[in-house]
Design a protein around this ligand. Structure first.
Ligand code: NAP
Length: 283
């Protein structure tokens, strides 16, 4: 049987997902293909048609990315508890006759954060205090993962009302989550307490590679590690600056690979070897 997998989103030209999933298929000895389905935000018909093809079994599974992670939800039969809690779906499959939406961004981020801590750094003194820059869709997955591990989370966004709404709407209202103004003065007061900074804004993403989400007039916290969800370029300005200041830092390529591998496992039952997936994106 040939497995038909793919990605819905827009734009998709620079997606690394086909490389990752084709390597996964071959490493698991499975026949199939991974296609890109560019569907614009207002093309509800296109979105519905693709989901119908999953229902019929013509398509085995779909990944979902911007701008459909939220609006696909109303077209599905069920969400997994993780997708429900985050309020976003990145993986669709048919299981038990139902069209199910899952979210592998949170466990993907978590798995890669563990790799990062193990290979490049150790959390300073076991302190679990993180600053998340940005309050959009991926920030929700990141915060969900961190809160589940007992981290104190501070969220900051250029629109403070967005950061406040983020906290208010978070599925498990939790005293550990607070927001702070996105400016040097406010962030300065946090510096000594932080052990991790996560960038969940697109700042620094190609082609705007000179941009950084970290204020230019603010030093990095002395004991923090930096995780940048942006993975294109391979070394972002934020990661470069943090490393230059002596901090362990990584981009989000590992998260991309982990979320893909976890989606692949949902569709096929096969866990692809991660080193093969890394090779696929690095060559
Ligand atoms: P999103 O839902 O659009 O949220 C982006 C957040 O960043 C929002 O709070 C947004 O604020 C803020 N932002 C945007 N432009 C900004 C600017 N110029 N200055 C300050 N804040 C700004 O996007 P997302 O899905 O969370 O994705 C964010 C980034 O993470 C993207 O670069 C994406 O490629 C990356 N990502 C990586 C992975 C991975 O596997 N590594 C997974 C998911 C996402 P406004 O609402 O005010 O614009």
């Amino acid at each position: 049987m040939s497995l038909q997998l793919g990605l819905i989103g827009h734009p998709l030209e620079h997606s690394l997902s086909p490389k990752i999933h084709k390597a996964a298929l071959s490493s698991c000895g499975l026949e199939g293909d991974y296609s890109l389905f560019p569907i614009c935000l207002d093309d509800q018909r296109g979105l519905k048609d693709l989901l119908t093809r999953v229902r019929s079994g013509e398509i085995t599974g779909l990944n979902v990315t911007i701008p459909h992670k939220q609006n696909v939800i109303s077209l599905l039969d069920e969400l997994t508890p993780t997708a429900q809690a985050i309020g976003a779906v990145n993986t669709v499959s048919m299981r038990g006759g139902k069209l199910i939406g899952d979210n592998t961004d949170a466990p993907g981020f978590w798995a890669d954060l563990q790799r990062f801590f193990t290979t490049e750094t150790r959390r300073h003194g076991g302190i679990k205090s993180v600053l998340v820059l940005g309050a959009g869709g991926s920030a929700r997955a990141v915060v969900y993962a961190l809160v589940n591990d007992g981290w104190d989370v501070t969220v900051t966004a250029r629109r403070s009302e967005q950061a406040q709404a983020f906290i208010a709407q978070f599925p498990t209202p939790n005293p550990r989550i607070t927001s702070i103004e996105y400016c040097s003065t406010a962030l300065y007061s946090l510096l000594s307490t932080l052990s991790l900074i996560v960038n969940a804004t697109p700042l620094g993403m190609s082609p705007n590679v000179d941009a950084s989400p970290w204020p230019t007039d603010l030093n990095f916290p002395p004991n923090a590690a930096v995780y940048d969800l942006v993975y294109n370029p391979r070394e972002t300005r934020l990661v470069r600056d943090a490393r230059a200041a002596g901090l362990p830092a990584t981009t989000g390529l590992g998260m991309l690979i982990e979320q893909a591998a976890l989606a692949f496992e949902i569709w096929t039952g096969c866990a692809p070897p991660r080193d093969i997936l890394w090779n696929a994106v690095e060559n």
